[in-house]
Structure formats: C-alpha cells, structure tokens
Design a protein around this ligand. Structure first.
Ligand SMILES: [Zn+2]
Length: 232
C-alpha cells in the first residue's frame, strides 16, 4: 500500500460556530417496491439556477418509483450530462446561516463544503476552471462547491458483499474508511480534481494540486489509500 497526496475533506466546524443549511429543491427519497424506502447522502448540484427549478422539483416526502423516475427525468435536463442523480440529490443553491467565526474553507459534514469567494477563485484558477461552485442564497461571500462523480473505489473499501438492488440501484454494501482507490483511476484525465466516488458520496476527495490551497483556507484532511496494480 502506498500513500499519495490525494486527500478527503473532514468536517472542520470550529467550537462555537452555529450553522444551518437547507436546499429547497431536489429529488425526493424513493420508496422502492423491492428494497423499501431510502435516500442517498451527499449528491448535490448547487450550480443549477434557481430560476430553472419548478414546483415539481421542490422537496417532498419519499415517493413511489414511477413518480420518482418522472421527477428524475426533469432533473436530468438541468444537471451536467452523465451526472449521478439518486434519491435526495439536492438541486440549486443552498440557504446558509453562520453565527460565529468560520474558516474560509468550511466543511460542515464530510459531504458538503462551503468556500469563501477568495479560496474558491484560487481553486477555480488552479484547476483550470474545473472546480465549480455557486454562491449561497443567503450569504453572497460564501460558495457551495459542486462535487461531481469520480472513480469507483477499490473493492476492498466495501464493508459487506451484498447485492445492489436490481430495481432501483441502491447499494447496500457499506463502506470502510479510509477509502481506497486504484492509482490508475486517480491519474486518468477524466478524474475531476474534486470529486465524490460514485460508490461513496459522503466523502469529497481532492487532488494533490488543490490540497495546499484548501489547507491554507483551514481545511482538515483524511488520508485516501491508493493501491497499485496487484495490491489489495
Ligand atoms: Zn430498490
């Protein structure tokens, strides 16, 4: 096993900081006829303009499969081609409130990060424009970063050998942390510099080039294991 400089963001909420965040739009949870009710955690597309989000995509309680699929078709029109959409994916910018002092790179949960305008602009430039974010609806200086789907995790990062639901695609395998990736998959040109694995949306993984900018903004990291060919 080797350690690379790819890292995952950890929550870094300072003691005394009060916060709330909320998205008014997104896909509902799903009541699957095969595996029951569920919702994913992590997926979100804050750069979808509020003006394009109609009443059909406002939050509701979980819905049956046919209605879920109808709403997902609407959402597919609004997100980048090939974007991952799962039950409870958020759409559009967040409402954020903060009371107290916060680092410029603020990771509220391991799956949702807000950046001050300065660090966001540095990341945008350093990534050749690939890091995208949207200003929050409530605090103009704060941006929610959009985290696209990235490579699969290494099979050893799954906790259990269960089967993915054939009806809805729910993945019950669970995860082992720190996550492991194949070295080759991280080095592909198509790997975004900030991503969440299609298998593990609750972790935001960042490339070695961006780590120093994020650290300067107060980010805290968790190692990502990188396995070469033949390692397990
Ligand atoms: Zn299912």
């Amino acid at each position: 096993m080797t350690h690379s400089h790819w890292q995952a963001l950890q929550s870094n909420v300072p003691r005394g900081l009060e916060f709330s965040y909320d998205h008014e739009h997104g896909l509902p949870g799903l009541v699957c006829p095969s595996c029951g009710p569920w919702a994913s955690t992590g997926w979100g597309y804050p750069t979808v303009p509020l003006s394009e989000l109609g009443a059909e995509l406002r939050w509701t309680p979980p819905v049956p499969l046919a209605e879920y699929l109808a709403r997902r078709r609407l959402a597919e029109e609004l997100v980048p081609k090939g974007a991952v959409l799962q039950p409870a994916t958020t759409l559009g910018p967040a409402k954020l409130t903060l009371e107290g002092s916060a680092p410029e790179v603020l990771v509220l949960r391991s799956w949702i990060a807000f950046f001050r305008k300065g660090p966001f602009e540095r990341l945008h430039v350093a990534s050749g424009g690939r890091v995208k974010a949207a200003p929050t609806r409530t605090l103009a200086e704060w941006y929610e970063v959009e985290v696209p789907a990235g490579p699969h995790i290494h099979p050893s990062s799954f906790a259990r050998p269960e089967k993915v639901c054939e009806v809805c695609g729910r993945d019950p395998r669970g995860l082992k942390f720190p996550l492991a990736f194949n070295a080759a998959s991280l080095l592909e040109d198509s790997t975004p510099p900030i991503f969440r694995s299609v298998d593990a949306p609750t972790r935001i993984v960042v490339s070695p080039e961006l780590v120093p900018i994020l650290r300067e903004g107060g980010a805290v990291f968790e190692d990502v294991k990188v396995l070469g060919a033949g390692e397990a």
